[in-house]
Design a protein around this ligand. Structure first.
Ligand SMILES: [Zn+2]
Length: 392
């Protein structure tokens, strides 16, 4: 006999795809408030039909953030997490409507992450269909600003995450099928070098070259790569100087620093700042400034994360496939939501790839298995919680 959740999802796969097509047809770039609000509004209506109470965190300029809550008969508190914005400018949806090519479903925002939102909805529908009593609290949080630098939703993510036992993030699974169990901490820095200008022909000795100093700084900072396993330093835009006839008095470089844990990023940052205190060119001073609103904390692979990962692997095995967890260098919503140590998993949407480009896709064949995984993970987390409570 087919599992009733899987059977429900198979019977409703066409509905799922029609819903995904509807969402992909809405332009919802981060700056398109109307479009983002249309996506979250669409979802909110359907969550209300499943018994959720909807709270809006209104935004003036960006889309509103959606917090949908439902309480049930269980003991566990679980958050489903996603974002409604995409990286695409207005007009992309009309130019590239959702299409299928073999097992691939292509379209702007399919993988990142409208399919994830639809998977969250259908997992809840499947559970409703089989009459499951629910967790104690189920929260579906959808933010509007995942794809931009300075984010208004960080305080919301940081406040909501710790109110839950588990955070299940609906970004797509990686193209290998892996879910995500760790994300690096990230910080961005601007380093400015200040020297002294002079005529390069008449009295070059009076000059103190900021461009030379920033070049040496870039080289020295780059050498911090791999200081510890997983630590990276990447120089981005480097600028400075003007006419070649002038010894440059100003130059800047921007850097991306990453590490596996927040503590290791502190360590890397200290080494980076130490470099900035050294006179790499006599008479040229550096100042290193953390870029406002940049970066994110690490999502560390804690014991709690490993336990959730094991549950997911077990559920997948019951569904007939192998699942692995993987670490990635990129940050995401869960990096903030899990900052206080709430365990979570990411990549619980369908399998997909090539985000942010014209070939972005999800695999049709992964929709039912991954949506069933999410639904059964909610059930399993609740069962674990009850078992734990029974023992304690
Ligand atoms: Zn995303």
């Amino acid at each position: 006999m087919t599992d009733p959740i899987v059977a429900y999802l198979e019977q409703h796969l066409d509905d799922y795809l029609a819903d995904l097509r509807t969402l992909v047809a809405i332009d919802s770039g981060s700056n398109d408030k109307g479009g983002v609000d249309a996506v979250t509004g669409w979802l909110a209506e359907r969550l209300e039909a499943l018994g959720f109470t909807v709270e809006w965190r209104r935004q003036e300029r960006f889309g509103d953030d959606l917090v949908a809550r439902r309480s049930g008969a269980g003991r566990s508190r679980v958050m489903l997490l996603g974002h409604a914005d995409t990286v695409y400018p207005g007009g992309t949806a009309a130019a590239r409507p959702m299409t299928a090519a073999g097992d691939k479903i292509l379209g702007p925002g399919t993988c990142d992450m409208k399919a994830g939102l639809v998977t969250g909805l259908y997992a809840l529908r499947a559970l409703h269909h089989v009459g499951w009593a629910g967790n104690d609290a189920t929260t579906f949080l959808v933010v509007s600003d995942e794809e931009i630098g300075e984010r208004h939703s960080v305080p919301l993510l940081k406040a909501e995450g710790p109110a839950h036992d588990a955070i299940l993030t609906l970004e797509a699974a990686r193209d290998s099928g892996d879910i995500v169990t760790a994300r690096k901490a990230v910080r961005w820095y601007t380093v400015e070098a200040r020297g002294r200008a002079a005529h390069a022909g008449v009295e070059p000795d009076k000059g103190r070259s900021a461009t030379l100093a920033i070049a040496r700084f870039v080289d020295a900072a780059y050498a911090l790569n791999g200081m510890r396993e997983g630590m990276t330093v990447n120089p981005g835009r480097v600028s400075g100087g003007g006419s070649p006839s002038i010894v440059a008095d100003r130059a800047t470089a921007r850097f991306d620093l990453r590490a596996r844990t927040d503590a290791q990023l502190d360590e890397l940052e200290a080494a980076f700042n130490d470099l900035a205190s050294r006179p790499l060119v006599p008479g040229v001073a550096f100042s290193a400034t953390l870029e406002k609103g940049s970066g994110c904390p690490a999502m560390e692979r804690t014991e709690g994360v490993a336990r959730l990962e094991a549950l997911a692997i077990g559920v997948a095995r019951d569904l007939g496939y192998d699942l692995d967890g993987a670490a990635t260098g990129g940050g995401s919503d869960i990096s903030f939501a899990a900052h206080a140590g709430t365990p979570g998993l990411d990549g619980l949407g369908p399998i997909g790839g090539l985000d942010h480009g014209p070939d972005e896709y999800i695999l049709r064949g992964s929709i039912v298995p991954r949506t069933a995984l999410l639904a059964k993970l909610l059930v399993t987390i609740e069962a674990e919680r009850q078992r734990g409570a029974g023992n304690g």
